[in-house]
Design a protein around this ligand. Sequence first.
Ligand code: ZN
Length: 247
Amino acid sequence: MNSIMKQVAELIMNQQPCVALTGAGISVESGIPTFRSKGGLWEKFDPAVYASIEVFRQDPSKYWSIRGEFIRNYDDYSPNAGHLALAELETMGLLRHVITQNIDGLHRKAGSRNVTEIHGSLREIFCVRCGKEYRAPKIPEGMPPLCVCGGVLKPNTVLFGESLPPQALETASRQAGTCKVMLVIGTSAVVQPAASLPFVARQNGARIVEVNIQNAFPAADFRIAEKAGVALSGIVAELKKLPFQGC
Ligand SMILES: [Zn+2]
């Protein structure tokens, strides 16, 4: 295991820029509930009812009634070793960007600066009428919670039936298409558009490193079958052993 982490560390040192694509797997160690997996949230609550934009427009209290199931209190969750290792890689100048499918905001909490959240973030909540932004956990009481103007509040996350923010998508594909190494971490990469990003990277000559307990991306050049926290802090430790090669 250590030898593969060393190989990946050398790859990251020698082939820049490096970009990370992350999914639910990286946040499991922070206790964030999963959505799609077995036993996940969508087995208990039909997303077509509780998380669809169409239903939200007619009856936003449906969504807000299970909001606590997504994240009970935003401030209760902390980034884990995996998020922290990616933030450290960025500080070391060895990670250009994080593209994430997660809405938990933990990459930013960990200190990553260049982050694209393609499904939005639970942290931001805005008024659908006047656009005023609220920050979790300071969400007004009430069901559904209303803005001071009386408008309905909506999370800044992409609900089912909603299109993804075009600017985030554009950034994600540009990052994927211009990197030399892509770390694919804790994502089954079956949900579009994230699923296509490793292929975009590969077509443009990038090497793919998969960090996942399960093998989800067979075309990866390197595979570390470990928890994200273990694998990523291991890679950072190996990088620190390498002789500094200058900027
Ligand atoms: Zn308002």
